[in-house]
Design a protein around this ligand. Structure first.
Ligand code: TXA
Ligand code: MG
Length: 331
């Protein structure tokens, strides 16, 4: 199939395709999503197929209005209301109990719960409104690759496999939404993201971090067990020992790609075969926005290894380091 490139002025064409059970990529404030009608099994199977996504990894359902919640869940607890009041529309996915038969069974991968989010992007909101149905959308990358932050990234992965991509330019946050489970006794963050744990604590009180506060036998968020966000070339995280690391790798004959802040890059202009800037050293917001595009860009160069700068694990830095650690792990 030929994938249509749809401009923001032709949103109605994207809406029509979604209504005809086709799969369409669209921008959100976090990353591009791969959308399909959440009520259609056929449409949802198209998502899993295009991405090569394991069928036991559930999808996030996107809505444009709070009134759509009642179609999807049996109960909205008070803490969910508080979170929605403060962070919606925005990069926060809330896991609630699913209403039976509200969505195609493939959306929740057989779980009794459903992840719901209202994205903070005018094109995403308008598209969902025009379709008039909840839209399931994982990130719009091939499974295992970094999430796309531009329409071109989507095309690089999925051209020929999906009906269309809506071009909304570069996404804002650059990392996926925070996923919080409100069906457990204590609210649990399953995936750190655009809204920080500190912000959530200030809003609803105690929260746990999955995999941090307690060891779980089975991952609660099925997606977190897979290798993720990875380019083809090996990714190494560098904290401070840049000079040593670069010298050692050069000796071994490696061609080095560096993804780091401007002041780090300026020291290795001759040693690196390719560089990509994460912005100013102090700016974690900028670094988060550029991480995935940097990984994708350096993966296209001659580099045989990609060195990426570590940031402090607080605020958005927790999400940044979570994705970077996954990109660099080989399991
Ligand atoms: O920012 C985002 O969240 C982007 C944009 C497109 O909205 N979407 C996204 O979707 O990152 P995806 O499919 O790449 O990641 C969804 C994560 C996965 O780790 C999945 O396992 C988890 O959310 N998830 C979805 N539904 C769940 C559920 N019912 N229970 C537990 N985890 C769930
Ligand atoms: Mg994803």
């Amino acid at each position: 199939m030929e994938t249509m490139w749809i401009s923001s002025e032709q949103l109605d064409r994207a809406a029509q395709l979604l209504q005809s059970e086709e799969v369409v990529a669209f921008p959100t404030e976090t990353v591009y999503g791969l959308g399909a009608d959440a009520t259609s099994s056929q449409a949802i199977q198209g998502i899993y197929q295009a991405k090569g996504r394991p069928s036991d990894n559930p999808l996030i359902v996107h809505i444009a209005q709070r009134s759509q919640l009642m179609e999807l869940t049996t109960y909205v607890p008070p803490k969910a209301q508080q979170l929605m009041d403060q962070f919606w529309p925005g990069p926060l996915t809330i896991i609630l109990n699913v209403k039976r038969q509200a969505v195609a069974p493939e959306v929740t991968a057989g779980l009794a719960t459903i992840g719901i989010r209202m994205p903070d992007h005018p094109l995403a909101l308008e598209l969902i409104r025009q379709v008039g149905r909840p839209i399931a959308a994982p990130s719009s990358n091939t499974s295992g690759k970094p999430s796309p932050t531009t329409a071109q990234h989507v095309m690089d992965d999925l051209a020929g496999k999906i009906a269309a991509v809506v071009d909304g330019g570069e996404t804002g946050v650059g990392l996926e939404s925070t996923v919080i489970d409100l069906t457990s006794e204590v609210p649990t963050i399953l995936r750190p993201g655009g809204v920080s744990a500190e912000e959530i604590r200030l809003c609803i009180g105690a929260v746990e971090m999955a995999g941090v506060d307690k060891q779980e036998a089975a991952p609660k968020s099925p997606g977190m067990k897979y290798r993720h966000y990875s380019p083809e070339q090996p990714v190494w995280i560098v904290e401070t020992d840049w000079a040593d690391t670069v010298a050692k790798l050069l000796k071994k004959g490696e061609k080095i790609g560096i993804l780091a802040s401007d002041d780090v890059l300026s020291q290795f202009q001759t040693e690196a075969i390719a560089t990509y800037s994460l912005g100013a050293q102090s700016d974690i917001t900028q670094a988060s926005k550029r991480l995935y595009s940097g990984l994708r860009a350096l993966d296209k160069t001659e580099a045989t290894i990609i060195l990426v700068q570590a940031y402090k694990k607080s605020g958005l830095g927790i999400a940044y380091m979570n994705r970077l650690e996954k990109a660099s792990s080989k399991c």
